[in-house]
Design a protein around this ligand. Sequence first.
Ligand code: C2E
Ligand code: CA
Ligand code: CA
Length: 760
Amino acid sequence: MRIFESNTSLGQKQLILQILTIFFLFLISKPTLAADEIIKSEIKNDSQFLNLQLTPTEKTWLKKKHTIRVAVKSGWMPIEFKLESDKHRGLSIDYLSQIGSLFQIDFSVVDYTENIDKEQADIISAVNGSGLKNPNYHILNKPFLSFPFAIYINKDIHKYRRFNTLDDLDGLRVAVFKNGVLTQKIRENYPNIKLVFVDIADEAFDDLKSGIIDAYVGNEMIVDYHITAHRLKFVEKTGLTPFASMISMAVSNDEPELASIMQKGILAIGKNNKDLLDNWRISDSKYDRILSAIFGGIFIIFLFILLRFYRLKQNIKKQNAETQQQIWNQANFDHLTNLPNRHLLQNRLEQAKERADRSQLPIGVLFIDLDNFKKVNDQSGHSVGDKLLIEVAKRISVCIRSGDTTARFGGDEFIVVMSDLKEIFSLENSCQKILSEIEKPFSINGDLFYISASIGVTIYPDDSHNLEELLSYADQAMYEAKKLGRNRFQFFTDSIQVASHKRLSITNDMRKALKEQQFVLYYQPIICLKNSKILKAEALIRWMHPIKGIISPLDFIPLAEESGLINELGKWVFNQSLKDLLLIRENLGSDFQLSINVSPHQFNNPEDLLMWVEKMKEVGVSGNCITVEITEGVLLDPSNQVINTISALRETGMEFSIDDFGTGYSALAYLKRFDIDYVKIDKSFIQNLETNNYDAVLCESIINMAHKLGIKVIAEGIETDIQRSLLIDFSCDYGQGYLFARPQPLVEFLNMQILNSTED
Ligand code: C2E
Ligand code: CA
Ligand code: CA
């Protein structure tokens, strides 16, 4: 019977505790001593027991009695209990099994009930104190277990009060087992203690926990066992009472022999037998070991989960790091060559500068630009161009020390930064190495490609303290290297800077000049040498600079080409000559032809050239009124783009003339392939006609061969009568030169021609 009803949560808690206990006991229990219904055991060490002999009567009695039935309780831990389908266990069972071994008795277990009788059981295995109400049995006077009653409190509630004796519990609420010996003793001796009765220890613990009771007084062995097994950390034993709990066996009144045998057995094993008790006394350390095993397991699982989680996190971290690395790479490296890009170059330069400032050792900056790369790109396609750049990057990298930087600056431009320069000589060495590496043929897709490079070199801090300036000076020096014939390196000098400044200012001026219409076209007649008729003229551009006066195209066309301004300029030249052509034809006849110079650079923007076709249609000029003057470089390995542009223009009836013939490859055969109409022998040959026999022979053979191919020849730069008559002797078709007329503004040109024709 319970005094306080336990609520459901307590019930659940008990269930959990029960499960934990089962698990716990399963872990700690020795191999079971009890057979299913029979208690059997081997004594491991006989000598520990007193050698108490059975009398012959007792022996005889035992022989007659086959099995001895023992009534055992099921819920009295650790005295005797049964967990679910498990066998009975506990201290009393251990005692029985030891006695069984001593005297060769088989005990069979029956479930204890309060009204059990002699027909059901011979022995009641454990009786608490003297409280046995069953008249069929009598308690053996020597108990097998005896423990003091101890005082237990909830130390979380009673933090400062200590209850060492029952006196300290005066007036307090104290839980005890109902009907126990203790109840009576306390009632008699400590009447002020308010007793609260419980049926099982767990109830007392629940009440301690909730603070309903102030203390619990119970069998030290049993309570300690519960505290440890259930890990009741809040329960603390604060003292002992003068009272003890005795646990004895009870034997049927009808079997005095059995009582004697059992009593002898108990005496032989001894009260509170240490070994047996130790089996049931769970030391904290043992418990801790088990618990730590359990928690160890949990910990390992937890560790495992943690590890997985950590790995997952690491993976995510790794992925993040990888994406960040990718982003960083994209921001700092050139995707094609994997070299540092402009951005990273800037960092590297700054680092090198800091180092140089400390070490006082200069830095060399190499500005490398490939020669003829554009041609490869145009002619063989971008994929070949890309592969070439990758190979070039590798070759440059091979030439420099590992600590130095090679960066791709853009297009076909590379920068090398060499720090800690001990001597300038090493810079020259590196340049030479790079040049000769790049000069070697490149094998791409089975084809061989030949290119070269031009390198400009600057030195920090000699040339500039400013990194941007240092790069721009290296660029200027590179330009100078190109001007000096390419495939070479050039150190930056002051004069380069002056020239460079000049270039820059001219380029800027040119833009302005285009807007302000400072350009004009001059015209120089082209004479038919056979009949002296003039039906052709070449348009030659002039820059009427408001301050500098007339500027020769030789001074600004190369700059226009370099800066890209040549496209604008070319457009203007074409439009202007088209306008002028209308005027010329009005005055000099509708079969008059104009020659227009087209820079090779203009073929990079074929759309502009193709626009000509539309323009001519608009104005109503047919293509055969125009001759396009190009240099033979345009026709050497021309890209499809160039071929298509030329054919589109040719379809309108335009004629094509090769300018400056003789200065380049001077191969005639391929000209036929492009259906070229004229070659213009370069004036340098004409000017040497009288003095240099070789040039005369060359001119004559050019003329002969051209004629054989159906190509007409124009000689330019004729200044003397002798030159003219020689060319007439060689059967040259047309002549152009100061001898006939200098290039003139349109109006003067027209006046002169009109005058000439009236003179005729
Ligand atoms: P070019 O096409 O070879 O033009 C012929 C050059 O020889 C012209 O120089 C002309 O004035 C010059 N010349 C003509 N007869 C004689 C002579 O008897 N003796 C000497 N010493 N020279 C003579 P200019 O006008 O200074 O042009 C130079 C170059 O500029 C041209 O050489 C041409 O390559 C380029 N150029 C001129 N106008 C244009 C243009 O509108 N567009 C393009 N892309 N280039 C142009
Ligand atoms: Ca020309
Ligand atoms: Ca020429």
